[in-house]
Ligand binder design. Structure first.
Ligand code: G3H
Ligand code: 13P
Ligand code: ZN
Length: 328
């Protein structure tokens, strides 16, 4: 059934596991995720960004996700708005039937300019008041998402502060998180703990800690009843990069967040783990491979089937690795 984010993450907290939240834009991604969840009996979070709603058309996004819910009636499925940039965007998602929305008030309405704390609290509180009346969960964001390595906020997608920030400045402050949760009543909070969006997270193979684990512990202690969310959680598997490159793609050397680091983050309180890039890489690698090795094929189903299989493999791995398998 369609369930709220609160329902899924309360269960995850009770049983100490993490739930991957995969971004969706089309039918093939949704099939891949649901096939993986069904095979592993895992709870499902499908999230659509504003870009996804624009790309597919919001009615298509809504009905594709509702088709997933109807096709797998036993699996809990969350329909989540990713990175809502205003009250209007969040409420349009609520009115469409989403069971969860993210109000990203860390940025202004343009989705680019960093916003101040007061704006963030005010707009997020408004979204919570309206969404909760309809049983819809709300995720907020506090802190500057970006790479600790470069000190740049959201460097790859060009969003966020372009100013170089110190290590500490970029991380979510536990005391401010406590105040934010008290003032807004959010169900879940996206925190800045060293990740950034996109494929280009780290310029060297990560050795040792890449996440600010001590900070995760401190935030979790400060807001034990609010579920922690980690954005920018793709692991950027080197074998997916190799396949894209082998079949004509051009991707610069790059590394993501190691699965072992995510597992540590889950141990200390992270419950929702956002993944988009890894499925993009899997899909692109599989399509490139199929088209290069079968140049006479032109039926889209011929290359989209292996694309679904490649994405499904990533999803199954994450459900297992995060401890969500068997929890549906
Ligand atoms: O946080 C961003 C997600 O990866 C979605 O990306 O805005 O290009 O759909 P998008
Ligand atoms: P990645 O780019 O690491 O996959 O992160 C996606 C994300 O955080 C969506 O909100
Ligand atoms: Zn994100």
């Amino acid at each position: 059934p369609l369930v709220s984010l609160r329902t899924v993450l309360d269960h995850a907290a009770e049983h100490q596991y993490g739930v991957p939240a995969f971004n969706v834009n089309n039918l093939e991604q949704i099939h891949a995720i649901l096939q993986a969840a069904d095979a592993t009996q895992s709870p499902v979070i499908l999230q659509a960004s504003s870009g996804a709603r624009k790309y597919a058309g919001e009615m298509f996004v809504k009905h594709l996700i509702e088709a997933a819910v109807a096709s797998y009636p036993k699996l809990p499925v969350v329909m989540h708005q990713d990175h809502g940039t205003s009250l209007a965007v969040c409420m349009s998602a609520v009115n469409l039937g989403f069971s969860s929305v993210m109000m990203d008030g860390s940025l202004k309405e343009d989705g680019k300019t960093p916003a101040d704390y007061h704006y963030n609290v005010t707009v997020t509180r408004e979204v919570v008041q309206l969404a909760h009346q309809k049983g819809v969960s709300v995720e907020g964001e506090l802190g500057c998402l970006g790479s600790l390595e470069t000190g740049m906020g959201e460097e790859e997608d060009g969003v966020g502060a372009n100013r170089k920030l110190s290590h500490d400045e970029m991380l979510t402050d536990p005391e401010q998180a406590r105040q934010f949760v008290e003032a807004t009543g959010v169900d879940a909070l996206a925190i800045a703990i060293g990740t950034s969006h996109g494929a280009y997270k780290f310029t060297r193979p990560p050795t040792g800690e890449v996440l600010a684990i001590e900070r995760i512990k401190a935030i979790h202690e400060a807001i034990p009843h609010t579920h922690l969310v980690m954005h920018g959680s793709s692991s950027v598997p080197q074998e997916l990069l190799s396949e894209v490159r082998e079949f004509g793609g051009d991707i610069k050397p790059t590394w993501g967040v190691p699965v072992a680091e995510i597992q540590r983050a889950i141990k200390y309180g992270v419950r929702k783990i956002n993944i988009d890039t890894d499925l993009r890489l899997a899909m692109t690698g599989a399509i490139r491979k199929h088209l290069m090795t079968n140049p006479a094929d032109f039926d889209p189903r011929a290359y989209l089937k292996p694309a679904i299989a490649a994405m499904r493999a990533v999803c199954e791995a994450r459900y297992q690795e995060f401890g969500a398998a068997g929890m549906a």
